[in-house]
Design a protein around this ligand. Structure first.
Ligand SMILES: Cc1cc2nc3c(=O)[nH]c(=O)nc-3n(C[C@H](O)[C@H](O)[C@H](O)COP(=O)(O)O)c2cc1C
Length: 171
């Protein structure tokens, strides 16, 4: 197991995966990394729906994003986690963001690749929102917030650069 800082300093979003499925115990470890994330007021109401690449709902989401794009939005990842949270709780989006980053870092630590996905927002929270909420088994009152595609990486990517002076003010 690497140090958290080592993972933070070396991780990248991965956009190419092998066909190999994720074993159930590996999935379970990643789900639990999400559930172990801090939540505002310790609400623990972020829900994770795990969807395999060949599940019909995954195929439908892909089709609704772009009928001609195959699974390119998911980069052939064997599994995608969809995180949702209660509409009525003002910290749901923050909680989901923290949980999804926990999953992203845990995946990197386990030698897996992952990419956080916001691109299906318009599909999952659009005209078919209620239909998708049912198909993804979202708890009553939850909305989809963010997703993460995970798999065995078939590529590597250098960590992104950043502009410290632009993004930081030290008073
Ligand atoms: C909220 C959020 C939504 C994102 N949505 C997408 C997406 O829809 N598709 C995608 O390929 N990458 C997506 N990304 C990944 C970013 O593009 C990526 O983090 C950024 O380019 C920096 O690259 P790095 O993660 O490799 O450092 C998303 C990241 C975040 C945090």
């Amino acid at each position: 197991m690497s140090s958290v800082l080592e993972i933070i300093n070396t991780r990248s979003s991965i956009r190419k995966y092998s066909d190999k499925p994720l074993p159930e115990d590996v999935c379970r470890t990643l789900i639990e990394a999400g559930l172990k994330a801090p939540t505002a007021a310790n609400k623990q109401e972020i829900h994770i729906t795990v969807v395999a690449r060949d599940n019909p709902v995954q195929q439908e989401i892909q089709h609704d994003l772009n009928p001609n794009a195959g699974n390119s939005f998911f980069f052939n990842a064997p599994v995608t986690f969809y995180l949702s949270g209660p509409d009525a709780f003002k910290w749901s989006a923050v909680d989901a963001g923290i949980a999804v980053e926990n999953i992203h870092l845990a995946a990197a630590d386990m030698g897996l690749g992952s990419v956080i996905l916001g691109c299906m927002e318009k599909v999952l929270n659009g005209e078919k929102k209620a239909e998708y909420a049912k198909k993804l088994a979202l708890p009553e009152g939850n909305s989809y917030l963010v997703a993460i595609a995970i798999g065995y990486p078939e590529t590597t990517k250098e960590p992104h650069t950043y502009d410290f002076a632009k993004n930081v003010t030290i008073l």
